[in-house]
Design a protein around this ligand. Structure first.
Ligand code: DGL
Length: 262
């Protein structure tokens, strides 16, 4: 099994922010990434729909011979990871908004969280948030429309700036000093967010932590690829191939992009 690829999926192209961290921390691992752009966004869907889509993606990655699954989507993790873990007998890694580090580091005792409706309303998120934010004010905002714009390739646009500004302004009014990006699409918005936020606000995403967690779980399960040969990376989309190619063109890791029906 050690020579088999790491399987990663997201509702769309956002999970490439996680793939990037995994491929740079684990350069000798092969990876297969699925961008389920055809069904994006997941954030507005019911829990049942999110579970059905997550099972579909996992089945596809298993059919492609993956040894471990990384759910590179907060919405899929917070709604479906329990079902996936009980249904499949291989390690499954999930991603959740990084509330804990923000709660530990905040000085103003006010943190902002930007995520999808599906994530913010999930039982798992509410439980984690309650656990770490006892004496902290959490300003949660649903990033309605952000994933849609990113999936249309409209990242660096006035429309995006205005929408983001409208979500961040109420957080700034409350004097947050940490902003948690609770969706794997959002790290692509960091350059715009930096224009909106002052230097006093730290942006936190979970990408590096998930890559470290993936490495730990591979080691624990004796699944690390023993070969010192640079990994091969294949990224599939069931949506617009040029969009995926475009977003990956800024990432200096050799890869192949293909379309696939799933
Ligand atoms: N990348 C997904 C996440 O982390 C986006 C959710 C969506 O498709 O709405 O939540």
């Amino acid at each position: 099994m050690q020579n088999q690829p790491i399987g990663i999926f997201d509702s769309g192209i956002g999970g490439t922010t996680i793939w990037k961290e995994i491929s740079s921390l684990l350069p000798y691992e092969d990876t297969i990434f699925l961008a389920d752009s055809k069904y994006a966004p997941y954030g507005k869907r019911s829990k049942e729909d999110i579970i059905t889509l997550s099972v579909k993606n996992t089945e596809k990655l298993l059919a492609l011979n993956c040894k471990i699954i990384v759910v590179a989507c907060n919405t899929a993790t917070t709604n479906a990871i329990k079902v996936l873990r009980s249904a499949y007998n291989i390690p499954i890694i999930g991603i959740e908004p990084a509330i804990k580090p923000a709660a530990i580091q905040t000085k103003t005792k006010k943190i902002g969280i930007l995520a999808t409706k599906g994530t913010l309303s999930s039982e798992l998120f509410i439980k984690t948030s309650d656990l770490y934010t006892q004496n902290i004010e959490v300003i949660e905002v649903i990033g309605t429309g952000l994933v849609e714009l990113i999936e249309k390739g409209k990242v660096d646009t006035d429309e995006m700036y205005m929408l983001l500004y409208s979500y961040i302004a109420p957080m700034l009014d409350k004097n947050i000093d940490h902003l948690v990006l609770g969706c794997t699409h959002y790290p692509y918005l960091t350059p715009i967010l930096k224009k909106i936020l002052s230097n006093q606000v730290t942006i936190i995403d979970s990408g590096k932590a998930i890559a470290r967690q993936t490495k730990t779980v591979l080691i624990e399960n004796n699944l690390l690829n023993p070969k010192f040969k640079i990994g091969q990376h294949i990224l599939y989309t069931n949506g617009n191939i040029n969009l995926l190619k475009d977003i990956l063109s800024k990432i200096p890791v050799a890869h192949i992009v293909k379309t696939l029906d799933f």
